[in-house]
Ligand binder design. Structure first.
Ligand code: HEC
Length: 155
């Protein structure tokens, strides 16, 4: 009996131990840009210059954005919607309400789960931007991004 118990304990221990380090590394991966919380972001009125609109909102943490200094984030896709916007709208799995790239940008910011860009993590883009960005700020963000064709590399 004792031998069996020891064998069983050993088996349980070997099953458990390889999981421990990987669980740890997954947890530490999630700390970082994705831990951006609503409290860390001020209200953006839209009266700010465009660079400030993006940096105040924290978009550069996760996105490369042409023309915005320091916007080299790699968590989400490069925001070159002048190129990618039309691709998203014609994607067979796109089920959102947007019919223009401008509308697609607004939708993506306010309700990111409507379409998750293939190859990028879902539930990562914050869902609370609708409460932080004024209508004017959203308008300016969409107006800026829909014209970006800059060549930042896709991940
Ligand atoms: C914590 C990281 C994070 C932050 C901060 C973030 N995003 Fe995103 N965003 C993502 C990820 C990941 C995706 C891709 C998955 C998806 O579609 O939800 C994405 C997708 C998008 C898309 C769709 C892009 C495409 O190629 O179709 C747009 C537009 C966008 N984000 C704009 C913004 C703007 C504007 C801000 C700031 C107001 C912002 N994001 C802040 C992570 C982030």
């Amino acid at each position: 009996m004792i031998v069996m118990a020891v064998v069983l304990l050993y088996a349980l221990w070997t099953l458990r131990s390889p999981q421990a380090p990987s669980a740890g590394s997954v947890a530490s991966k999630n700390v970082g840009p994705t831990s951006l919380t609503a409290e860390m972001i001020p209200l953006v009125s839209g009266d700010e210059p465009i660079v400030e609109i993006f940096t105040k909102a924290g978009c550069p943490v996760c996105h490369a954005i042409p023309g915005i200094p320091g916007a080299v984030g790699q968590v989400g896709p490069p925001l070159t919607l002048g190129v990618t916007g039309a691709q998203r709208l014609s994607d067979s799995s796109y089920q959102g309400k947007a019919s223009t790239v401008h509308e697609y940008v607004v939708e993506s910011v306010v309700d990111p789960s409507v379409f998750v860009v293939p190859g990028y993590p879902e539930r990562t883009m914050p869902v609370w931007y609708g409460a932080k960005l004024s209508a004017l700020a959203l308008q300016k963000i969409a107006e800026y991004l829909e014209h970006q064709t800059g060549n930042v590399l896709e991940k």
